[in-house]
Ligand binder design. Structure first.
Ligand code: NAD
Length: 513
């Protein structure tokens, strides 16, 4: 029984998709797939609304958007219920991965909006300074399409949506068909807080609706999802010459150094491999542990994984696999590893008696011939490979087509930082993992196949604007020296200026830089 399955069309012939809980297989909702015509209507509505919204002062936009925190706190149980129904994640995961960061993102971006988005004066340097003034205007782009995946359906929707609308854009959110209503909470909360309807809209559907949105005439696409879809979106955006950010898959390495706190590292390896049923783009997918501490590390990992409880309800640690399409990938990676000589210490099989569960799994003796160490598995699995030393760990961590995030575990922070700098990844965490997206000050984005562009960071809000410099003449003289006609005198004046500024000791004193 598929988690997302076609239902009979509506009386007007529209496609419908039924959504089941992966944990219980009970129906939890359905969507009517938005067509290309719906997309066109939504974009037209967004375009009209955006003009008015962009005129609302930034401080007022932030005041309205901030109200969504109150609505979220008040409705958190309903939001959590939708998340658990659609994904089968645990209650605690719904809180720490969705509701808490959701509140934090809204709070953070509203707090920075006025400073980052208001017009600002910038000092010009050098010879231009006496003549011109520079002002920066952060001009909204227009309509932004935000396309999201199923693993963090609320937090990955609310974060970019809030940024885009604070920057004066209208947003059309296209959630994953697996978790449509979890993401739609972003739109509902913002509207309830007072954001006009046309400024934030959700369109439901699968890849067809997503593709219609990408090609529908929006001014930017913010995409989070798989490498495969990301490449299609990049091509479509290139064709239209519109910007996009692509937050794609990962195969994050965890390096456990010889001097790591083994107890913390073992606990961290298990938590960050299992969190959200292993469906975390920047979760731990590969562990490299230095041989000299590997026995103790593996013993501890085995003890923790053996105790994990999976299923539904409050007293469980690991929820269901969110989508049936992920299960064969997890199973294939484990079977491939087993066939190539890995040792499955705990778990290593699905349990689909009641729902879509994969037993929390610990695999050792893995290597880079195995898919488990090369392709994104996205399952509740700790995969451990022993290495002779930290150098080997760095080399293997970099031996991947992905480069999203990674982690280094050591008591020597200086050494950890040096190792971090050598990792070919968008970000690195020391003595923890899976955390960077939760720190909105940190620019987030992958290297290699893990993405293009960055989100968040101090420039996050400005990523949803065109940074429009407005250069203003200071004096309004009737005629500039370089205007026509060109004369030997004007040549001599400019040549003299070059000699004066750049051909003398003045430049060394930094007067004109
Ligand atoms: P996916 O690419 O299958 O789908 C993502 C979204 O794109 C969905 O809304 C889907 O309906 C839509 N879509 C599908 N085809 C499309 C098309 N041709 N045009 C436009 N939209 C289309 O990804 P998924 O399986 O939903 O998500 C899991 C992936 O997301 C994993 O690889 C995970 O690592 C990655 N991810 C990355 C980050 C990050 O920040 N880097 C965060 C979370 C998840």
């Amino acid at each position: 029984m598929a988690i997302v399955e076609p239902l009979s069309p509506t009386s007007e012939g529209r496609r419908r998709l039924g959504i089941r809980s992966p944990a219980t297989r009970e129906p939890v909702g359905e969507i009517v797939v938005n067509s290309q015509a719906d997309v066109e209507l939504a974009i037209a509505k967004a375009r009209d609304a955006q003009v008015e919204w962009a005129r609302v002062p930034v401080a007022e936009r932030a005041r309205i958007v901030r109200g969504a925190i109150d609505v979220l706190v008040e409705k958190r149980d309903e939001v959590v219920k939708t998340l658990i129904d659609e994904t089968g994640k645990t209650h605690l995961e719904a809180l720490i991965m969705e509701v808490l960061p959701g509140c934090d993102y809204i709070n953070f971006w509203c707090g920075r909006a006025v400073k980052e988005l208001s017009d600002e004066k910038r000092k010009l340097h050098g010879y231009l300074r006496p003549y011109k003034k520079l002002m920066m205007h952060y001009r909204p782009l227009g309509v932004v399409g935000i396309i999201t995946p199923w693993n963090g359906p609320f937090s990955l929707a609310i974060n970019p949506t809030v940024q885009a609308i604070l920057a004066g854009n209208a947003v059309i959110l296209k959630p994953s068909e697996v978790s449509p209503y979890s993401s739609d909470w972003a739109t509902r909360l913002l509207r309830e807080a007072g954001v006009p309807e046309g400024v934030v809209q959700t369109l439901q559907g699968d890849g067809e609706t997503g593709a219609a949105l990408v090609n529908g005439g929006v001014q930017k696409i913010s995409f989070t999802g798989s490498v495969r879809t990301g490449k299609k979106i990049a091509a479509a955006c290139a064709e239209q010459l519109i910007p996009c950010t692509l937050e794609l898959g990962g195969k994050d390495a965890m390096i456990v150094c010889e001097d790591a706190d083994v107890e913390r590292a073992a606990g961290g390896a298990v938590f960050n491999s299992m969190l959200n049923s292993g469906h975390v783009c920047m979760g731990v997918e590969r562990v490299y542990v230095v041989e000299s501490i590997a026995d103790e590390f593996e013993e501890r990992v085995k003890a923790i994984v053996s105790e994990l409880r999976y299923g539904t309800g409050e007293d469980i640690d690991v929820g269901s696999v969110f989508w049936d399409r992920q299960m064969p990938i997890i199973e294939r990676h484990i079977e491939d590893a087993r066939a190539k000589g890995a040792e499955i210490v705990v778990g290593g099989e699905a349990d689909t008696t009641d729902g879509l569960f994969y037993k929390p799994t610990f695999v050792r003796k893995v290597d880079h011939t195995m898919e488990l160490m090369r392709e994104e598995t996205f399952g509740p699995i700790v995969s451990v490979m022993r290495v002779a030393n930290e150098e080997e760990a760095i080399r293997l961590a970099n031996d991947s087509p992905y480069g999203l995030s990674g982690s280094v575990w050591t008591k020597n922070i200086e050494k950890g930082i040096e190792i971090a700098k050598r990792l070919e990844t968008g970000s690195v965490v020391i003595n923890d993992a899976s955390m960077v997206y939760g720190a909105p000050e940190a620019p987030f984005g992958g290297m290699k196949q893990s993405g293009v562009g960055q989100v968040n960071g101090l420039g996050g809000l400005r990523g949803y604007t065109h940074q429009q410099p407005i250069l203003i003449d200071r004096w309004g003289v009737k005629k500039e020296r370089v205007w026509y006609p060109h004369t030997p005198k004007s040549v001599e004046e400019i040549d003299g200026m070059i000699r004066f500024i750049y051909g003398s000791a003045l430049k060394k004193l930094g007067f004109f830089s």
